[in-house]
Write a protein that binds this ligand. Structure first.
Ligand code: ABU
Length: 847
């Protein structure tokens, strides 16, 4: 009996001990079910939502305990402490609760950083954790947080509505600014995923630990216009102050902030937090920003599980909260979540107790790591579903709260609801009117308008007019040449070559027109043809006109440089051949260029410019069309090299023949001058036009004037003297024109040829005479010496003396100013006679 009594006593004692250890405390009236909790209240950073959530949770506790049917026979009690939203302190509070009896059946936590710490370790005691204020998407990881639930929706619920808004307002490029906390890092990751799925570009992702200054500067530098800022409210104020300082607000910018900051968050605690922005500056910067947030207050008027409507709950809560400066404490928005969290715990306990009762077990048996009761608590929590003051409370398999989201805009200092989004039906309900500074949503980037720099129309028309006049003049000269082709004066200037000069000039002048035809007139896809046409026309025009002049000057040079014995005659076909060769070389170079590496339309881009007289966020991107091929320099080198050689050769020939007057080419000096002119202008124009190629008007004017100057001057130099000559001798010309027949022409040509032959003969004879004269004079000198020697030797006066004659004048032996003495011998007399006869013969044959 004693043993039994002892046993019984010790059993009761141990029962009491066990009961006290498992959190079921025997009170005077009933038993207590103990739960633990942390509330962030007095911290300086993070989320201090415990200020409103803790009173709300206590209110729920009262309401639960006032319901006798919920946890009959028990009273739910909450042991809690302030975590300051600091994970270290949160961990300390957890250990304190765990290692101090009674055991806590469940934990109620808030603030993501603390929830992450507690949620990760609580599974070691198989403790179910329920959070009323944790938004971190990381908490949805069931492997890491296997016993975690939350009435607070995950921050990822904001992202679908954000993306919906980007699409609604036509924003396809955004930037993200995030505080480096796991909650925001994981939200950003999720947002990036959503954006990627919808082809929305994240142009930059800037993060900061405590000071957002650099991050904001980077955002400004990268010209982001739509920015999603993810941070706790203290950091959000710093961000806003930097936004103000960097002028990143107003008509060109849209900022997305998190919606759970309290109303007027941007103008509170500025001094305390050391911000050097005034409240009015903060208001200015905050105006117009958008917020997204999960709906945390039930929107309908129906009674909730507690028997209250949401409005009744609000009134009760408001009466309990201590308003500071007429504003709600932090966490006011989340207060319904804390209220519903306590109800969820109570309901889970209710169900668990029921299930345990069916097994003839009791919740009183709970100890840490009691898999059965913990398992039941987990399962019942997972299955919990009710209408709460925060809306329908239910948990997904990840333990997340399923909720609608809302979007608000700060208009004139007040948040206005714009719309709701149901992520499950992907339905955006737009209820409000958004307000934009520029009366329309700002673009997501500076609108860059391409501005094609083209040659000024006036300039183009002026140059084309001058060229057209020049081309007309060239045509008139061509007609003039044709009409006067029988005139000897013109014939002696080689009419076909002159005509080729004129045709080349027309080509060159036409190329000016092509040079000015840019994007104003030619469509983009046709521009390549324009590039080729310019190169071909100008190059061939140059070869025709300059090549003809070159061939004429070459003919003159050849004439004067040949020895008399050589045939100086240059056949006209050789001139044509030369010009043809120049053109053919051109054609070969151009064809190879065209086939291997054709000219293409290349756009040169210039720095952005602000257009005048526009309020819109527009910048101009000036562009200039160029014709270039991949190896442009090589091709230009080849073409310029070839033309350069021609130019240098031309100028050398012109210089060497500068004083030559040739009957066959009577305008060689003018041609020479014309060549000087072309060479000088080409040498100046080619490099200068390359330097000023980016200034379309200047480049066009320069090249056009160079071509115009060259062509006009060449036409003037070559043709005006001819016109004057014909003007001065119209009758002779007429006569020649009227009477010249083919026969006469042939006779004339024949005579010319004979004349050349005779001249050649005379030259030969003259050479012979010169040689003969020299021989005779040498012989006479020798003889005179011999005779003088003999005379001296003999000293006799009977020796016959050679006849001496004195001749006046500058003969070969004459010394200036003195008469030359010539010894006339019989041989000399014979030679004189011979010379006289030859001269007579030559005159005869010449005549
Ligand atoms: N709505 C408050 C969330 C706080 C947090 O996730 O830390």
């Amino acid at each position: 009996m004693g043993w039994t009594m002892e046993k019984c006593f010790s059993g009761v004692l141990s029962c009491i001990m066990v009961l006290s250890m498992v959190g079921v405390t025997v009170g005077t009236k009933d038993l207590v079910l103990q739960i633990g909790g942390t509330f962030p209240i007095n911290g300086t950073g993070g989320w201090q939502g415990g200020q409103a959530c803790q009173p709300s949770a206590m209110m729920a506790l009262e309401d639960v305990n006032n319901r006798p049917d919920l946890i009959p026979g028990y009273r739910l009690s909450l042991a809690w402490n302030d975590s300051l939203c600091e994970p270290g302190l949160g961990a300390a509070v957890l250990y304190d609760m765990i290692y101090n009896p009674p055991p806590k059946l469940m934990l109620l936590v808030g603030c993501s950083t603390v929830s992450t710490t507690i949620g990760e370790v609580a599974k070691n005691w198989d403790l179910v954790v329920l959070s009323y204020g944790s938004s971190s998407p990381a908490l949805s990881d069931r492997k890491r947080f296997s016993t975690f639930f939350r009435t607070h929706p995950s921050a990822t619920v904001h992202n679908p509505i954000r993306v919906k808004l980007f699409q609604k307002f036509g924003w396809s490029r955004i930037a993200i600014l995030q505080q480096t906390e796991e909650v925001f890092i994981s939200t950003t990751k999720d947002l990036e995923k959503h954006c990627k799925d919808q082809n929305i570009e994240i142009m930059t992702r800037q993060s900061f630990l405590t000071d957002p200054t650099d991050a904001i500067r980077n955002i400004k530098r990268q010209d982001a216009r739509i920015v999603v800022a993810l941070s706790y409210v203290v950091s959000a104020r710093k961000v806003l102050c930097e936004i103000y300082k960097n002028k990143l607000y107003g008509k060109s910018y849209v900022w997305f902030f998190i919606g759970w900051y309290e109303d007027g968050w941007y103008e509170h605690n500025l001094k305390e937090e050391g911000l050097n922005c005034t409240a009015s500056e903060m208001r200015e910067a905050a105006e117009g920003h958008l917020t997204t947030e999960a709906l945390m207050w039930n929107q309908d008027k129906q009674k909730t599980i507690s028997g209250m409507t949401t409005d009744e709950y609000r009134d009760r809560l408001n009466s309990r909260l201590k308003l500071q400066n007429d504003r709600y404490p932090e966490g006011y928005q989340e207060a319904p979540l804390a209220y519903d969290a306590v109800w969820a715990i109570a309901l889970a306990l209710n169900k668990t107790m029921m299930l345990l009762g069916k097994k003839n077990k009791s919740i009183d048996e709970f100890v840490y790591n009691n898999k059965e009761i913990s398992g039941l608590l987990y399962d019942t929590m997972r299955a919990t579903e009710f209408r709460g003051v925060s809306g329908r409370v239910a948990f997904s398999t990840e333990g997340d709260r399923i909720a609608w989201t809302q979007v608000e805009q700060l208009k004139d200092g007040k948040y206005h609801l714009l719309g709701y989004f149901d992520v499950h039906t992907d339905n955006l309900t737009w209820v409000g009117e958004e307000k934009w500074v520029g009366d329309k949503p700002p673009p997501d980037r500076t609108i860059i308008r391409k501005h094609l720099r083209t040659v000024s129309l006036g300039l183009f028309i002026s140059m084309c007019t001058i060229c057209a006049v020049g081309a007309l003049w060239a045509i008139i000269l061509l007609i003039f040449n044709v009409m006067n082709r029988h005139r000897r004066f013109l014939q002696q200037s080689h009419i076909p070559c002159n005509n080729l000069v004129l045709i080349g000039i027309i080509f060159c002048l036409f190329s000016v027109f092509l040079l000015g035809l840019d994007g104003n007139f030619v469509p983009e896809d046709q521009f390549t043809h324009m590039c080729s046409a310019r190169a071909w026309i100008l190059s061939i025009g140059f070869s025709l006109s300059y090549g003809s002049m070159f061939s004429k000057i070459w003919r003159v040079h050849r004439h004067v440089s040949k020895t008399r014995k050589e045939n100086k005659r240059v056949e006209p076909w050789k001139l044509y051949l030369m010009v043809t060769c120049f053109v053919v070389i051109d054609l070969i170079i151009l064809t190879v260029w065209q086939i291997i590496d054709p000219l293409k339309r290349i756009l040169q881009k210039f720095p952005l410019e602000t257009p005048p007289n526009t309020v819109e966020d527009i910048k101009l991107m000036p562009e200039l069309e160029h014709c270039e091929s991949s190896y442009n320099k090589v091709w230009l080198g080849v073409l310029y090299g070839y033309k350069g050689i021609l130019l240098i050769a031309g100028i050398c020939l012109a210089y060497e023949t500068r004083s030559v007057k040739l009957k066959q080419i009577n305008d060689s000096r003018l041609i020479g001058m014309s060549i000087y002119n072309v060479v000088v202008l080409c040498i100046i124009a080619a490099p200068v036009s390359m330097v000023i190629v980016s200034q379309q008007d200047a480049a066009f004017t320069f090249v056009a004037l160079a071509i115009i100057f060259c062509t006009y001057l060449s036409m003037a130099l070559i043709f005006i003297p001819k016109i004057v000559e014909i003007w001065n001798n119209p009758l002779e010309a007429l006569h020649a024109h009227d009477t010249a027949t083919k026969e006469e022409e042939e006779k004339y040509q024949k005579l010319c040829r004979e004349n050349e032959d005779i001249q050649r003969l005379i030259s030969e004879k003259e050479e012979k005479i010169r040689l003969l004269k020299r021989q005779m004079s040498e012989r006479a000198t020798m003889r005179a010496r011999v005779e003088a020697m003999e005379e001296n030797h003999v000293n006799g006066s009977d020796v016959p003396q050679p006849q001496m004659r004195l001749r006046q004048g500058g003969g070969r032996n004459s010394v200036s100013g003195r008469p030359a003495v010539r010894i006339v011998t019989p041989e000399a007399i014979t030679a004189d006679a011979q010379v006289a006869r030859i001269n007579f013969d030559i005159s005869e044959s010449y005549l």
